[in-house]
Design a protein. Structure first.
Length: 109
């Protein structure tokens, strides 16, 4: 599903035999704040550390932007520990979004 951010976002993905198997996007929220979202890995490829690989690349790319000071995400709550392992800290209480529990998190650069 597309939204207005897609056209200005940086899209990172991993392919296998010409098929996208892992994906995320990065977009600018403000001069100093970037957002990573829509992190997805094809079910058959989970447990292969592809989400970690993409997230590390995304963090590295944002880190190259001199003005960038933080990265925000809206993580599915059950993945909070995974994102904490990448340096993110929780900045909200869990909340429901489209019948799925999420939590806001931030990584300071």
């Amino acid at each position: 599903e597309h939204d207005g951010r897609d056209f200005k976002a940086l899209h990172l993905f991993i392919e296998d035999k010409g098929k996208v198997i892992a994906y995320l996007r990065i977009y600018k929220e403000s001069t100093q704040v970037y957002h990573i979202g829509r992190v997805a890995v094809e079910k058959a490829y989970r447990e292969k550390q592809l989400a970690r690989k993409l997230m590390e690349k995304a963090i590295s790319e944002v880190g190259k932007i001199k003005a960038a000071r933080s990265i925000d995400i809206e993580a599915q709550y059950y993945l909070e520990k995974f994102y904490k392992s990448l340096g993110f800290v929780s900045t909200s209480k869990p909340y429901q979004d489209d019948k799925v529990i999420h939590i806001k998190m931030t990584l300071r650069l």
